[in-house]
Write a protein that binds this ligand. Structure first.
Ligand SMILES: Cc1ncc(C[n+]2csc(CCOP(=O)(O)OP(=O)(O)O)c2C)c(N)n1
Length: 685
């Protein structure tokens, strides 16, 4: 690999660059320079941002968008569009410039002028949902690349289901050194290589520069060899040579493996003193440098002005796929009406309402007739046995804990490189890659991904879960072994702070059902929440079924409800989640024997409860003098329910290795301890 480019490297005059065959009348370089100019000007105006990457990758992006990418700016949701992921989200001006130039109506020049300002659609990093054409929120390096793996899996799965007349597209990624240094990239590229995701094409901005300076300060990986070792087809090209970019992308179209194209570029291409240096990475170039760059690039237009002929060439590029889009519509129209309707339902993300309602009712009826004592992870499998056949969009998986997570029902075929028709993914021991790939599947559309791992490893998924919450995507994480109740594996495997940490993420729903019926109801709520992710925290240990009556209504929908209590007034309210609800019920019985009336409130979902109207919340919380929260986890967050003067029975340390019943005793999470605390507070001890 060549060392950092000299800051004084001369730049070939724009119009002398080689033209790929069949290029439009406007030279490639002029089109690329339009991106460079917009990036320089917008960052300068905002007084912050990252001009270097868009300037460096402008040639690559120009060839991609003007010759290869299948997209239609007038219909950014066209289900069969190629997906473009700017994994190096700091280079956001690259995508904003491309969206403006190719003619996305919402991306006006005014929006470019308002780069990074409040209320604009041109945020510091690309935000999914802010502007059409942004396929995912990027910025945390590595996430976009891993999202793209999920998008490519989704494409292959849906193509097997609906045929390649309906689904046949590529997923392109622009990734930087930072993306490839992040650990998540290892998980993502390994999974992509294993599954031979040959429609995934990564354009690596191989500029040997990151924030601290030359890449050699921190990294000496040969990325081409690394990707090849993971089963990719990888090559190196000059990222400023349009013909070479064209040829590499042409080759990539028929690859039988995922493709890495390492594009050797100069960061800040065209900037007279900052090109090739970290100085162009993340701050405005300054007026003099911009003037110099304009001169070097031969760009004479005023800031934010793109000459009409160049803009026209870009708009022509933006309209390139119109006939392909029309042909796709005709093919979809020719599909069998039922299949077409199903495809449309799936891509819109609408649920098969009746099938879901029937499935949930069926589960609850069976449990009411024949109550089952079982772990909630087993209850989850029991629910999935009805949900999976009812909802073909559900694609499950596990990070190598399939037998422990109970996320794969009998007869569920696994996806493999040879056959994508399955509905279960062996993600391997790759929680972070799994969670980010799930985001990609949800973003792609047509799929509701759910996963499996241990709750303690939610930490390994957290950055991706946070992004799912920011983006408002329906991604469902089944996280089992949810407390010290997992027993002998000990403190490294016993989540203690994880429920609180997950509850801290806005827009995420954290469910902790207490029995088989609540598990089914929580699944229903997670599936029905189209615009938010969920975590289902489930037990390893068996739990009694506390609700034995059939209720058609989803009782968990308000997040908390009285599950047991006396007919009349109570002296004590005990709030509990998951495995601790049964313990709370037992303590209420002990209190009754001592003449103290206690009610028990199950709290399967804090978020749903805290979103209820105040009146309802007050009624559920009640006004008993004694309020006790019980959860085999830390107290943080519980004061919202029990008040700062409430009693909390839970964990303050990391647990221990022993059979679970002994652990509950050791850490004082027992019916006796709860009753004792209540009686003490009432002055009856
Ligand atoms: C997970 C994560 N860590 C740190 C950052 C802050 N950051 C933004 S860009 C960058 C690295 C820049 O180097 P590179 O990826 O090569 O981009 P280039 O300088 O070539 O544009 C870093 C560390 C981030 N965005 N995400």
């Amino acid at each position: 690999m060549s060392a950092k480019a000299s800051p004084t490297a001369t730049v070939a005059p724009a119009e002398r660059r080689e033209q790929p065959a069949g290029s439009p009348a406007i030279a490639h370089a002029s089109m690329a320079n339009a991106i460079r100019a917009l990036a320089m000007d917008a960052v300068e105006q905002a007084k912050s941002g990252h001009p270097g990457m868009p300037m460096g990758m402008a040639d690559v992006a120009t060839v991609l968008f003007s010759r290869f990418l299948k997209f239609d700016p007038t219909d950014s949701n066209w289900p069969d569009r190629d997906r473009f992921v700017l994994s190096a989200g700091h280079g956001s001006m690259l995508i904003y410039a491309l969206l403006y130039l190719t003619g996305y109506e919402a991306m006006t020049i005014e929006q470019i002028k308002k780069f990074r300002q409040l209320g604009s659609i041109t945020a510091g990093h690309p935000e999914y949902g802010h502007a059409p054409g942004i396929e995912t929120t990027t910025g945390p390096l590595g996430q976009g690349l891993a999202n793209a793996v999920g998008m490519a899996i989704a494409e292959k799965h849906l193509a097997t289901e609906f045929g390649d007349g309906a689904v046949d597209h590529k997923t392109y990624v622009i990734a930087s050194d930072g993306d490839l240094m992040e650990g998540i990239s290892h998980e993502a590229i390994a999974l992509a290589g294993h599954l031979k995701l040959n429609k995934l094409i990564v354009l690596f901005d191989d500029n040997n520069i990151s924030i601290d300076g030359a890449l050699s300060l921190a990294d000496s990986v040969d990325q081409v060899k690394r990707f090849e070792a993971a089963g990719w087809a990888a090559s190196r090209i000059d990222g400023h040579d349009a013909a070479a970019i064209n040829a590499a992308l042409e080759n990539a179209q028929t690859s039988d493996k995922p493709v890495l194209i390492a594009c050797k570029t100069k960061i800040g291409f065209g900037a007279p003193t900052k090109q090739g240096s970290e100085k162009s990475h993340g701050s405005p170039l300054g007026a003099d440098e911009i003037a110099g760059a304009r001169k070097t690039l031969g760009w004479t237009s005023a800031p934010f002005e793109v000459p009409p002929d160049i803009l026209k060439a870009w708009r022509t590029a933006g309209a390139r796929s119109k006939s392909t889009h029309a042909e796709w519509k005709a093919r979809l129209g020719a599909l069998d009406a039922g299949k077409r309707a199903e495809f449309e339902r799936r891509t819109k993300g609408d649920l098969p309402k009746k099938a879901l309602a029937d499935a949930v009712r069926g589960i609850k009826e069976k449990l009411a007739v024949q109550p089952k004592e079982m772990a909630t992870r087993t209850a989850c499998e029991f629910a999935l046995e009805s949900l999976i056949p009812a909802l073909p969009e559900m694609i499950g998986g596990s990070a190598d804990l399939t037998g422990s997570n109970n996320t794969r029902i009998k007869g569920m075929k696994a996806i493999s490189a040879a056959d994508f028709s399955g509905r279960f993914i062996h993600y391997g021991v790759r929680e972070h890659g799994m969670a980010a790939a799930m985001n990609g599947m949800a973003l792609h559309g047509g799929i509701i991904p759910y996963s499996g791992t241990f709750l303690v490893f939610s930490d390994y998924c957290r950055p991706a879960i946070r992004l799912a919450a920011i983006m408002g995507k329906r991604v469902i994480h089944v996280m089992t072994h949810d407390s010290i109740g997992l027993g002998e594996d000990g403190p490294t495997h016993q989540p203690v702070e994880h429920l609180a940490a997950l509850r801290a993420i806005p827009n995420l729903m954290v469910f902790r059902p207490c029995d088989a019926i609540e598990t089914a109801e929580c699944w229903q709520l997670a599936l029905e929440a189209k615009n938010r992710p969920s975590v289902l925290a489930l037990t390893r240990q068996n739990l009694p079924q506390l609700r034995n009556r059939f209720d058609n209504e989803n009782i968990c929908a308000t997040g908390a409800y009285e599950i047991a209590g006396p007919d009349g007034r109570s002296d004590v309210s005990i709030f509990a989640t998951g495995s601790e609800v049964a313990i709370a019920v037992e303590s209420a019985q002990q209190l009754a024997e001592r003449g103290v009336a206690a009610r028990v409130v199950s709290v399967p979902c804090f978020e749903l409860f805290l979103e209820q109207k105040e009146e309802h919340r007050r009624a559920v919380i009640g006004d008993t003098k004694v309020k006790i929260g019980v959860e085999a986890a830390i107290r943080q967050g519980w004061d919202a329910i029990i008040g700062s003067d409430g009693i909390f029975v839970g964990m303050t340390s990391f647990g221990a290795s022993a059979p679970y019943k002994e652990l509950y005793k050791k850490f004082g999470i027992s019916a006796e301890a709860i009753a004792h605390a209540a009686l003490t507070k009432l002055g009856k001890m």
